[in-house]
Design a binder for this molecule. Structure first.
Ligand SMILES: Cc1cc2nc3c(=O)[nH]c(=O)nc-3n(C[C@H](O)[C@H](O)[C@H](O)COP(=O)(O)OP(=O)(O)OC[C@H]3O[C@@H](n4cnc5c(N)ncnc54)[C@H](O)[C@@H]3O)c2cc1C
Length: 519
């Protein structure tokens, strides 16, 4: 091997929140007695490799053209009080956290337009619910933790299978996941859809699905993981970052570089192979044909990105590696943003000030983000998933919709929506709101089903013991210093916290860093 190959203590692959955090911790964290890293952080050589030209991964925040400060969040957009690492980092770095409006406005289902109150009025709902289900929808049974509507139906089903679970601690859930038998099966051997249809009518299930405007939440994913994921968030509040949700990974990487870490953007990794002995270690092979030598490698990547680099790599293509990688399913999601000269939704009766509306149309959900003084206003015109995403994929080609504001951000232009998508989403917005929709001033979208993401979220497959896989995934082969982190194989799938928590586990358990004092 050429002696000119650069060598590093740690190479982190993937500049999303998991990779940014892992790199920052590896460069700056205090080494414990058994750490393989140099005790003096200034002596450490840590490299972060990112295939795209930006930091953030599935967090992507773009100030919408024509607005002075309205941020279009193409990926993740909010965090919860229970996101302990996220919240601690916000405090540590002094980031500007602000409340995130979650109120539900209209629902347009089965051709009917429902106002906020009608969404939970069984006398109006176009679904044939049983008397018990009607009572649950209005939140009548005691012990539903104040819930009504679709969340109440899922909580009601969960509470009948696992009494008291609406108030469970994480430890109680871990026990329930291992011990509860429902209809003769462990919860992990059932899909959530299976479970819900055993617990409510198909009409009630369809109501839940339609009111969410998404399918992945109630898709047939591992019931033992899905129930606590659902129930745990039912009453949560949310915050976001005023400067954009991707400020967190960007700040982590800034701090990493300021501490001496090396960052290379536009540098896709194609495989990780065993280095010849001597010098040993792992070779991280780049698309450019060059390689770097690493004593330890952290892959902060989702499932599809792992599948892409697996051929020719160590560990990943083995039957055991493939089994681990195949334990989750990527869920397609697309977001389409429009800007308008006026926030027309604020002129409806009653006016809509924020939050979302949902529908069984392919549009899924839309979200309202208001206006800036003298500037354009911003709306997430469609937040769709699974089957609906395939609907929009059919309209992706053709001429782009022109953005009127001068000098739009390069990423907004790169992600411009087609005119066909915009015409169709305007037609559906008109059905949802019952008024003519003005011509937008700009349009951009992101389809997360594309490589290297393979989906916005991942869900554990039926039959998988998620706790066991999560632990194994951190170091798939005990003889190879190759570690995997990210939300895709975490107990917080779909949440940045899952990426940060697994990266922290790699930092402590594999890189031998001591727990951070700020956590
Ligand atoms: C539409 C949507 C909504 C979401 N909503 C929320 C929310 O409200 N709140 C929340 O907390 N989370 C939310 N999430 C989830 C959040 O985005 C993820 O949990 C988080 O981004 C996971 O971080 P990660 O580091 O594991 O992976 P990623 O963010 O996917 O980062 C992986 C990185 O690896 C890079 N990469 C891939 N292959 C290679 C390669 N071969 N070489 C080098 N680099 C490579 C990618 O370009 C990417 O930058 C949402 C996500 C989406 C898409």
């Amino acid at each position: 091997m050429s002696t000119s190959v650069a060598s590093f203590d740690v190479v982190v692959v993937g500049g999303g929140p998991g990779g940014g955090y892992a790199a920052w911790r590896a460069q700056t964290g205090a080494a414990g007695a058994s750490s393989p890293l140099p005790p003096d952080p200034a002596q450490r050589r840590v490299l972060l490799l990112e295939s795209s030209g930006r930091i953030g991964g599935r967090l992507e925040s773009i100030v919408a053209p024509g607005t002075s400060n309205l941020v279009a969040e193409f990926g993740g957009m909010g965090f919860r009080p229970k996101d302990t690492i996220f919240s601690a980092l916000v405090g540590l770095f002094g980031l500007d956290a602000v409340p995130f409006a979650m109120q539900g406005n209209l629902a347009y289902v089965r051709g009917m337009r429902l106002s906020g109150g009608q969404r939970i009025d069984p006398g109006v709902l176009p679904y044939q619910l049983t008397d018990d289900e009607k009572n649950v929808v209005i939140g009548k049974p005691p012990g539903l933790a104040g819930l009504s509507g679709p969340f109440a139906l899922v909580a009601w089903a969960a509470d009948r299978a696992i009494p008291g679970c609406l108030n469970f601690t994480p430890q109680q859930w871990e026990l329930a996941k291992r011990t509860v038998i429902f209809d003769g099966r462990h919860l992990r051997d059932l899909g959530l859809w299976n479970f819900l249809l055993m617990s409510m009518s198909n009409e009630a299930f369809t109501y839940v699905h339609d009111m969410f405007g998404h399918f992945f939440e109630v898709a047939n994913w591992n019931c033992a993981e899905a129930l606590p994921w659902f129930v745990g968030d039912a009453n949560s509040t949310y915050q976001t970052l005023a400067t954009g949700y991707d400020t967190l990974p960007k700040t982590l990487v800034e701090k990493f570089c300021a501490a001496g870490g090396q960052l290379k953007l536009d540098t896709p990794v194609v495989s990780v192979t065993q280095a010849p002995t001597p010098p040993g270690g792992l070779l991280v092979n780049l698309a450019s044909g060059a390689s770097v030598l690493a004593r330890q490698v952290v892959l902060a990547l989702p499932q599809r990105a792992l599948q892409i680099i697996a051929p020719g790599s160590v560990v990943l293509p083995t039957p055991a590696g493939q089994r681990l990688i195949g334990t989750v399913t990527g869920q397609s999601v697309m977001k389409l943003f429009l800007t308008f000269a006026t926030p027309w939704w604020q002129n409806l009766t009653p006016p809509i000030q924020g939050g979302s509306s949902s529908t069984d149309l392919p549009l899924g959900q839309c979200w309202y983000f208001g206006a800036t003084a003298g500037g354009d206003s911003l709306m997430m015109a469609s937040y769709n998933d699974t089957l609906s995403t395939s609907y929009w994929q059919g309209l992706e080609s053709g001429p782009r919709f022109p953005t009127q504001a001068p000098n739009p951000p390069a990423l907004w232009v790169e992600q411009a929506a087609s005119q066909a998508m915009v015409s169709e989403v305007l037609r559906q917005l008109e059905l949802v709101h019952g008024v003519p929709i003005p011509t937008p001033t700009g349009a951009a979208y992101m389809n997360w089903a594309r490589d290297p993401f393979g989906g916005a979220f991942h869900t554990w497959n039926v039959g998988v013991d998620a706790e066991v896989v999560e632990a194994k995934m951190l170091m798939p082969d005990p003889a190879t210093p190759l570690y995997v982190c990210g939300d895709a194989y975490s107990s917080d799938e779909g949440w940045t916290e899952g990426a940060l928590a697994t990266a922290e586990q790699v930092a402590q358990d594999r890189l031998g860093l001591t727990p951070p004092p700020w956590l």
